[in-house]
Design a protein around this ligand. Structure first.
Ligand SMILES: [Zn+2]
Length: 104
C-alpha cells in the first residue's frame, strides 16, 4: 500500500511538471512568433535600405520622380521617411513624413 501511495505521488509530481513544461512551451511559442515577425520587418527594412544605398552608387542615375516614388512606397510600407526617424517603423501617420511627401 505504501508503494502505491508513493507511485501516486510520483504521478502527481509528473503531472505538475508536464503542466509547467506545457506553459513554458506556450511562452516559447509566443517568443518565436515575435522573433519571426521582427525578422520579417527587418528583412523589409533591409531591402529598402539596400535600394536606398543603390541609389547613391555612382553607376545609378535616378530617373525623374524615382526618388519621390521610392519614398512614397517606403512610407506606404510602414516606415518613416522623415529626417527625424528615417527608416524606423512607423506607428500611425507622421506629420514630418507627410510634409516630406508633399515636398517631393
Ligand atoms: Zn516620420
Amino acid at each position: 500500500m505504501a508503494d502505491k501511495q508513493a507511485v501516486l505521488r510520483q504521478v502527481e509530481f509528473l503531472q505538475e511538471r508536464i503542466g509547467e513544461f506545457y506553459q513554458d512551451l506556450g511562452a516559447l511559442k509566443l517568443l518565436i512568433s515575435d522573433l519571426v515577425e521582427e525578422n520579417r520587418q527587418l528583412s523589409v527594412e533591409n531591402a529598402h535600405l539596400r535600394d536606398r544605398a543603390r541609389m547613391y552608387t555612382e553607376e545609378h542615375v535616378p530617373a525623374p520622380g524615382e526618388a519621390a516614388h521610392y519614398l512614397g512606397q517606403l512610407y506606404d510600407d510602414g516606415f518613416h521617411i522623415c529626417n527625424v526617424n528615417y527608416g524606423s517603423l512607423r506607428q500611425g501617420d507622421c506629420l514630418f513624413c507627410l510634409q516630406s511627401l508633399q515636398r517631393t
